[in-house]
Design a protein around this ligand. Structure first.
Ligand SMILES: *Cc1c(COP(=O)(O)O)cnc(C)c1O
Length: 380
């Protein structure tokens, strides 16, 4: 077997769209195509087009969301803090520090790998201004409870929904409700722009800050660029970044969004179903729990390998040409984020157990069957 853990699914439609921007439009920066991508996303998410702010990566989306939360929070006695589950991509943590805030690593639930609210509650201080929730492995577990918790403690919520494009929580699409919801459209996510991302903002002040901040905080530059103009004399009052999405990337994203409902969504869910059926009774493997009221379009297929047998299983799979991944090394163990000064027992236990198996639309269901058979053999 020679398979990939994950991959971009790009074809003729995306190539044509890029070629249209290059050869017909000829305007490569943030313009018409970006405006239309934001409108398409807004339609898909059933929100107002003004609420969707595209940027050039998911990390940029998280950074600008944290920056807006810090700006709107006002003064805190010490450095502003944002609660975040330790089991996430390092981008979540880097975005918090990039915005001048301190990431407060929280433990996660063993059953889902998502934020443990009880642990988070104990880490609230007078400096806490927000909470970053991660839809880990596309699972919006307890998301409505998380929003209630945040409301009770007067915290803004930055949702890292990089894994969760197309998912639903209790019937509601992720990105159709909340506070500041961030998506990634990097090469291997549920839809891609090549590289890209967006913030969906549910409050006008934050939306306006984020829109300007992606264009070096030149006030009102988004509207100017979308009507083909520039802001030669607009004032700049705060720090900004060059984080806007180009027409080229937006053109790819628009084609991907068209393909998502009938192609990527059913292919990803079907492959995850096969994994679920084959592995739910597998000795030595535990699958994460999901809420039957949630709908999951899986970005990654993570399993827990019990009884200290992860390295054995990983080696056996690699021998057969089946690549595996690790999502993720808990961030509180990184040197930059405290080098394990705090002890988060469940995140650390999961670190020793979790293994990511191949999942993407180009993988056949037969491939998934073979992977599961190889798992069964290795653990027999
Ligand atoms: C992919 C990802 C990001 C960052 O997105 P980029 O577009 O790669 O910058 C952030 N958080 C999580 C959980 C991710 O998987």
């Amino acid at each position: 077997m020679n398979m990939r853990l994950s991959r971009s699914i790009i074809g003729e439609a995306e190539a044509k769209a890029v070629s249209r921007v290059l050869l017909e439009d000829g305007y490569l920066g943030m313009g018409n195509e970006t405006r239309k991508f934001e409108a398409d996303l807004a339609q898909f998410l059933e929100v107002d087009p003004g609420q969707v702010i595209t940027v050039n990566s998911g990390t940029a989306a998280l950074h600008l969301a944290c920056d807006a939360v810090r700006e709107l929070a006002g003064q805190t006695p010490g450095q502003p803090e944002i609660l975040v589950p330790s089991l996430t991509f390092v981008a979540s943590f880097q975005a918090i520090t990039a915005a001048g805030c301190k990431p407060i690593a929280c433990d996660v639930l063993l059953e889902t790998g998502t934020l443990d609210l009880e642990d988070a509650a104990q880490r609230i201080s007078e400096n806490t201004i927000g909470l970053m929730y991660v839809d880990y492995a596309s699972n919006p577990w307890q998301l409505s409870t998380v929003y209630e918790f945040a409301k009770k403690h007067n915290l803004r919520v930055i949702e890292d929904a990089a894994h969760a494009f197309g998912c639903r929580h209790h019937g509601e699409r992720i990105g159709s409700f909340g506070d500041l919801v961030c998506f990634s459209f990097d090469g291997i996510k549920n839809i891609t722009c090549g590289e890209g991302g967006c913030v969906v903002a549910f409050d006008d002040k934050a939306a306006s800050l984020i829109k300007d901040a992606r264009l070096l905080s030149v006030e009102g530059d988004t509207a100017k660029r979308f009507s083909g103009g520039r802001s030669w004399e607009a004032d700049v009052k705060r720090q900004g970044w060059r984080y806007h999405l180009s027409n080229i990337m937006a053109a790819i994203g628009r084609e991907q969004l068209k393909r998502f409902p009938k192609e990527f969504l059913p292919k990803r869910t079907l492959r995850a179903q096969v994994y679920g059926q084959r592995l739910c009774k597998q000795d030595g493997i535990a699958l994460f729990q999901v809420d039957p009221k949630d709908f999951i379009v899986p970005h990654i297929q993570v399993v827990r390998v019990l009884d200290g047998r992860k390295e054995h299983l990983r080696t056996e799979l690699e021998k057969k040409g089946i690549p595996t991944g690790l999502h993720y090394k808990p961030n509180h163990l990184h040197t930059f984020f405290g080098a394990g000064q705090v002890h988060l027992p469940k995140a650390e236990q999961l670190f020793s157990e979790i293994l990511t198996l191949p999942l993407h639309p180009a993988l056949s269901c037969q491939d998934v069957e073979e992977i599961c058979a190889t798992v069964a053999k290795a653990l027999a």
